[in-house]
Design a protein around this ligand. Sequence first.
Ligand SMILES: [Fe+2]
Length: 276
Amino acid sequence: MTVIAKPLSEAIGASVTGVDLSRELSLETITEIKNAWYRHSVLVFPNQSINDEQQEKFCRYFGELERVRTTTVAEDHPHVMLITNAKDTGKPTALEDGEMMFHYDQCYYEKPCMGATLFSLEVPDVGGNTLFANCTKAYEALSPSWKERVIGLKALNYYDYGISPTMRPGGEIDPSIPQWVHPVVRTHPETGRKALYVNRLMSMRVVEVSNEESQEILQFLFDHIESRQFIYEHSWSVGELVMWDNRCSVHARTHFAPEKRRMMRRVTIRDPIPVK
Ligand SMILES: [Fe+2]
């Protein structure tokens, strides 16, 4: 197989062809995919036909699988979750309003996931797109004075699945809800590139500064990360596997009509390395 990665936008993402994900992949192919992943942060593999096991197997080439933690799991596939509005699957499902704001997955944990994959089973004809923003390019595009201002800062990341996602600023932090303080600028362990590591949904406050200054910094960074120049918007077709690097990109879902069905199968890759 020859892996061909074609950029999907100036900002982030590449479409990958020349690989059949239902088959065993050679070490060479896996290396090529990893290199493309590090370069483009988001990979889209169109025209694939894979089942639960094949998606799990593909993810294992990159790391250990994350056991689903936020909902009850199917005992035979504890690493698989359906992200859907369908109620008739008989399987563990989730669909969060919070997904509609940009976020890093699991950044409220000490070791957020390395990346995740979604395989599209059913998609609405309109909407339900996924936006990806390149937080490496966003960091690199900061002015020298902003770089100096944010380097070394830390932010509290927190998310309460039980309440409305729009609790910042000033919302009450429940100490029993998962939360973690991470650097505002992190370094990718594979590429060595710095990326902004805050997001509008879950980054509550910069811990070293006053509330006012924290608000000012975060508001600026959120707007900056979400500038059009750093974003690729993926409009889904059935049979696509999308994998994103959760160490340097944030994502958000767009609205779709609730009477339309959207079903994605998600498998998540753990990161053994803490955020640095
Ligand atoms: Fe997410």
